[in-house]
Design a protein around this ligand. Structure first.
Ligand code: BDR
Ligand code: CA
Length: 309
């Protein structure tokens, strides 16, 4: 079976970390590189988190540090959701690997050039690195099979009424990506706020009993606490949906839409406008089989081994 080659670009982040956990557990994906981007926290913190997550999960792909700021806008972080470290909660192992000497855009370019098959990019943070790659290396577009990203929301935003965090942080980057002509899958709030993992599921994860299970259960509890105060009945696992889209598309409802990014609006900057008045540029995930997703999560954690006492 040919595995799908993937590059992970994210700003971990509890849900980014769980997305990578799902990916590493899947026999369908071949992780070729991991790149950090500033978003949930500063680039130094998200890079350190990326290295600690990869150490925990046994991801041995090269890890590179991404852009320290959005293309044009000033940086914006989300400590209220992910804590001061960007990944507060359980203690994690210190990085067991060196940081790649290349920066993210050059590592992505190297992986694309070297790969015989086109590579899928999974972007779970602001799209700064991906847009910078497209600007610096337009000749490599044909080596990108698809960009599967978490971001936006056709119906509503979360950071503002109109805009979701990842797109709001760097709307200019998202605009470049959406206009690139590369096949795109968008998993926005429309679907990710239905990807709810309930406290009862946290216990199913914890009961698996291995080290990854314990850490993921603690991440879920930490991530849920912020959302519980807002009235959510569970933790909306935004970023993992961008991985589900690759490994279990049968769990998702999808619609082809034209998605345009508002870069100028006073109240609507960062909004993702989805419609069918122009040719579609994205497959947009809109619904998910929640129970199937929860089962997938528990099974993924099981792939990290039997319980150790
Ligand atoms: C997105 O924002 C971040 O805080 C999460 O990691 C996710 O990528 C949800 O709006
Ligand atoms: Ca993220």
């Amino acid at each position: 079976m040919d595995r799908i080659p993937v590059i992970f670009d994210g700003d971990p982040g509890h849900d980014d970390a769980i997305a990578w956990m799902l990916a590493k557990a899947s026999p369908l994906l071949d992780i070729r590189a991991v790149t950090s981007v500033c978003g949930n926290q500063t680039i130094e913190k998200t890079t350190y988190n990326a290295m600690r997550i990869c150490t925990l999960l046994g991801i041995d792909a090269p890890i590179a540090m991404g852009k320290p700021a959005p293309l044009m806008a000033p940086p914006m972080n989300a400590p209220s959701v992910h804590g001061q470290s960007g990944l507060d909660g359980p203690k994690l192992p210190e990085p067991s690997m060196p940081l790649c000497e290349l920066r993210s855009v050059e590592l992505m370019a190297k992986v694309l050039r070297k790969s015989e098959d086109p590579v899928t990019i999974v972007a779970t943070g602001p799209q700064t690195n991906v847009a910078a790659l497209l600007l610096a290396h337009p000749e490599l577009k044909s080596k990108i099979a698809r960009i599967s990203f978490m971001g936006g929301g056709i119906a509503h935003g979360n950071w503002t009424p109109a805009a979701e965090f990842n797109i709001l942080v760097d709307p200019e980057a998202a605009d470049i990506v959406m206009k690139s002509g590369i096949p795109i899958t968008m998993s926005g709030l429309d679907v990710t706020e239905k990807a709810l993992i309930y406290p009862a599921d946290f216990e199913r994860v914890r009961a698996v009993g291995n080290e990854v299970a314990r850490v993921v259960a603690d991440w879920l509890e930490f991530f849920y606490e912020f959302h519980r105060r807002l009235g959510y009945p569970g933790a909306p696992l935004h970023d993992p949906v961008a991985v589900v889209s690759l490994i279990r598309p049968d769990l998702l409802e999808t619609k082809a839409l034209c998605v345009q990014i508002e870069t100028k609006g006073e109240y609507c900057r960062g909004a993702t406008i989805g419609h069918d008045r122009a040719p579609a540029n994205a497959r947009v995930n809109l619904g998910i089989d929640r129970d199937g997703f929860a089962d997938l999560l528990v099974e993924a954690v099981r792939a990290y081994g039997e319980a150790r006492s």
